[in-house]
Ligand binder design. Sequence first.
Ligand code: GDP
Length: 299
Amino acid sequence: EDRFARLRRRVSSGLGASLLSIFRRGALTQDDWDELEETLLLADVGAAASDALLADLRARLRADPEAEPRELLRAALLDVVDPGLDRTLAFGEPGRGETDAVIVVGVNGVGKTTTVGKLARVLVAEGRTVVLGAADTFRAAAADQLETWGARVGVPVVRAHADGADPASVAFEAADRARDDSVDVLLVDTAGRLQNKQGLMDELGKIVRVVSKVSPPREVLLVLDATTGQNGLTQARVFGQVAPLTGIVLTKLDGTAKGGIVLAVQRELGVPVKFVGLGEGADDLAPFDPHGFVDSLLG
Ligand code: GDP
């Protein structure tokens, strides 16, 4: 089954339907432009990305007045969601005896632990060995949840021996274990309490440093909840201060989210969206497919 089918069905009843009706009318009137802008804003594209997209569309229409406006919009959308950034994970060959470390960051509740579990499933299916590190030691439930995922996917989980242990020491222990066992990929789940921003940043910085001593992190993935709309941009700027983000995972695109946040994220952050979360199940993580996504927006 097409992994984007569910998303397409839902989005096409929103943004897609409006866009379709606008573009069916032929030449665009001022009312059409206003409606187009409103449609983009309602779909969570955000003011800056909407303005830029509409300016781009106007330029394309001027340059090529005979073209189908809908096709020009498709090209403009693709330019935003596929700015030519590498969306693959920067991993070496499996089985070479070196560990590719991945630090997964994001605010609590966005779907970090779930994403770590789903990603482990994807990597195991690719023939890689995986270890999970439960560096969210603040909530015991977080480590329990990660252990459940580890059992489901069949990969070991390194967790704290006591409540409130130092997250960086758990991350270090997990990195050590991964190296000793020549595991291909280490996935480190982290805490995301934004209430104490400085504390969180210090903690994440320390995790990145100690893991780096064992295996340089190939990826720092930021998990964003698509249903929180433009807040995701603020979160990305905060987390980007700790370590250069190498990729974004946009979760909950199956829920009430309007797909437009993908455009805002891709345009504003310069970090590729690498995966999307399309449900709570183990198989509900898909590589981000810009063409499929734009098709889903246009219906
Ligand atoms: P964390 O606090 O960031 O680790 O977030 P969790 O992984 O605990 O996820 C929070 C909630 O979001 C859980 O109920 C997950 O099942 C749910 N969730 C995570 N990813 C997705 C997704 O892609 N789609 C949907 N519908 N729910 C998700």
